[in-house]
Ligand binder design. Structure first.
Ligand code: ADP
Length: 616
């Protein structure tokens, strides 16, 4: 591959000075530019001074024609700088070569509003191309392929007429200058320098835009006869040396943000500029025409893969992959993810539908079962209610039927007891006592069963009213103290003396509850035992009544069953009872919206707690 050199190094100082001058100029122009100042960026391929001489008058002409604005030219030698400034919105219009215009069109939305009609030899030309040339005395170079291994010079790599046009022409001749030339270098300055470099023999051949040689010859800088044109072409109506096909002249470009009203005014002013106007004479042009077709420039840039066509390929598929490979990969990834997601959602959906169908079926069968069960339960409830009614009827009938003969038995037993007493028959006295004891126990049992049945059947009548609990407790203790004393058991009662409160309950039931619990604490105790009773008003609207004894206690596993009817969990045979008392107690407590709890340690004692609702 050939070496591509820049001669900038050789000419560092002047170019540095030039750059500084350009920046200074830009700064000065920007400073003096007011709101009504219109800036025209200019590709100064002849150098700043020369270009200003050429174009300043055109700006002045525009200022005259459109007096509300001051038009100024901002010349920049380098195409790269021009592009950068354009990118920073430094210009309203730009006058530049076709390929740099195409790039600006792509990058910044610029558009051509006119094409220059260049004046050469007194005639207008709207086309131009490139000239490939060598020194006349160079016998080694006669056609493009002779450039192989030679030193070639041009003004800059992005120059259009000064380079790209020639590169493309050489390519179409099957000669890749970058690959095959010995060295390609760029002077980096102005086109005239390229001619000088070739003339001095520093490079073997050079490339400049058309009419450059003729101009220099006209200015007396060179003699045309000193040079030889390579690949010379003839185009009708185009009298200048050219080695390439021709392309449309420089466009006058409007930037994207420039108003269309102003653009129209500018276009109109330039189109109507007289041929002999000082601006046209200074600018070396005859005027302007509507924009030429710049498609050939596009094609050139595509072929060279430069500017916006950097990644261009004629093969649309290859072009696509070159340009959009990353986008393509990302799109494919997104697509795969979407497909996966869709399939996943689809699968989930299917699972959901199956699950829902299953659930629906289950619901239907469940509803059916619930209906059936409800029906069964209703029937069972009816049966239970019927059975309950029958039980209550049976119990009340039976208790009546039992109590009448039982009372008779007890009456006669008492008569027998009197008689045994009078006749002093101790054996008979003992026997009648047994009959009386058993009879009374039976009567008690029948009464309890009847009470329980009545409560459960809702036939027990309650009279709810405020009940002074402390007084009732004292009364019950007084009643039961006789039995406690007989068994040598001490009862103590503790409550806040000054605190007066009442519970909302049925007095008869409350007494029954207290009697059942306290009498149990006496019954299931031993001589010397202690019973501790406490009454305490609570903040949650209840009164807490606690009876603690240090008697037999109850085994933990049996605790739950003591509230069931006929459940006696004691092993003591000396204590009489029917196992119904606590069942009645629990029922009564619950009817009164209360609660009963028990804690017990077998062999150590028990604590029964009842919560009664406080009266307001
Ligand atoms: P009972 O007429 O047998 O006393 P209850 O319904 O009053 O019937 O009591 C059920 C059973 O609970 C009793 O037989 C007894 O085994 C047990 N029980 C009740 N209170 C106590 C207590 N304070 N200490 C020990 N066991 C008790």
């Amino acid at each position: 591959m050939s070496r591509i050199l820049s001669l900038t190094g050789l000419r560092k100082l002047p170019v540095l000075g030039l750059s500084l001058m350009m920046i200074l100029l830009l700064f000065v122009f920007s400073t003096i530019a007011g709101a009504d100042t219109i800036k025209i960026g200019l590709r100064a391929h002849h150098g700043i001074e020369q270009s200003m001489l050429q174009w300043e008058k055109t700006a002045d002409y525009l200022s005259e024609q459109i007096p509300e604005h001051k038009f100024i030219m901002i010349p920049l030698v380098g195409l790269t700088e021009l592009m950068e400034e354009a990118g920073q919105n430094q210009f309203d219009f730009i006058l530049t070569n076709p390929s740099s215009y195409i790039e600006m069109e792509f990058r910044f939305g610029a558009s051509a509003i006119l094409t220059l009609r260049n004046k050469r030899l007194g005639k207008p030309y709207s086309q131009f191309g490139a000239v490939i040339f060598t020194r006349k005395d160079n016998n080694e170079i006669n056609n493009i392929h002779d450039l192989q291994g030679k030193k070639i010079v041009a003004v800059s790599k992005p120059a259009f007429g000064g380079w790209r046009v020639a590169v493309r022409e050489m390519l179409s001749e099957g000669f890749d200058i970058y690959e095959e030339a010995g060295q390609v270098s760029f002077s980096g300055g102005i086109q005239q320098d390229v001619v000088s470099i070739v003339r001095l023999g520093i490079a073997d051949a050079g490339v400049v835009r058309t009419d450059m040689l003729e101009r220099m010859a006209a200015a007396g800088t060179i003699k045309l006869s000193d040079f030889k044109i390579i690949n010379q072409k003839k185009t009708k109506g185009f009298p200048f040396y050219h080695s390439t096909q021709l392309y449309p002249e420089w466009p006058f470009v409007k930037m994207r943000d420039t108003s269309s009203v102003l653009s129209k005014k500018v276009a109109l002013a330039l189109l109507t500029m007289p041929m002999d106007h000082p601006a046209a004479i200074a600018g070396k042009y005859v005027g302007w025409t509507v924009p030429e077709d710049y498609r050939s420039v596009h094609k050139l840039m595509q072929d060279l893969k430069v500017g916006p066509y950097q990644h261009y390929s004629e093969d649309p598929v290859e072009h696509f992959f070159e340009q959009y490979l990353i986008h393509f990969i990302v799109a494919v990834c997104i697509l795969i993810s979407l497909v996966y997601l869709t399939l996943y959602i689809f699968a989930i959906n299917r699972r959901l539908v199956t699950a829902k169908n299953k659930q629906d079926k289950l619901m239907v069968s469940l509803e059916k079962r619930v209906t059936e069960r409800t029906q069964d339960l209703l029937v069972a409830k009816e049966h239970a209610e019927e059975a309950n009614r029958a039980k209550t009827d049976f119990l009340s009938t039976m208790s009546h039927e039992l109590r009448t003969p039982l009372n008779a038995v007890l009456g006669f037993a008492q008569l027998l007891e009197h008689e045994a007493e009078e006749r002093q028959l101790p054996q008979m006295q003992e026997n009648t006592n047994e009959i009386l004891y058993a009879g009374r126990h039976l009567l008690e049992l029948i009464n309890d069963i009847l009470d329980l049945a009545k409560i459960e059947a809702g036939q027990y009548s309650f009279d709810f009213k405020p009940v002074p609990i402390k007084e009732v407790v004292s009364e019950v203790i007084r009643l039961l103290e006789i039995f406690a004393n007989e068994s040598k058991i001490t009862i103590s009662c503790e409550y806040e003396e000054d605190e007066q409160f009442e519970i909302y309950a049925d007095l008869r039931s409350v007494k029954q509850i207290l009697i059942n619990i306290i009498s149990n604490a006496i019954k299931y105790n031993h001589p010397g035992g202690v019973i501790d009773i406490r009454i305490k008003k609570q903040k949650n609207g209840y009164c807490k009544f606690t009876v603690t004894d240090n008697g037999d206690g109850i085994e933990k596993k049996l605790l739950d069953s003591i509230f069931d009817p006929f459940q006696r969990v004691t092993s003591r045979r000396d204590v009489s009872g029917s196992g119904v008392g606590l069942a009645i107690t629990k029922n009564l407590v619950e009817v009164m919206d209360g609660e009963i709890q028990v804690k017990s340690t077998f062999g150590k004692g028990s604590t029964f707690t009842v919560l009664f609702k406080l009266a307001d």
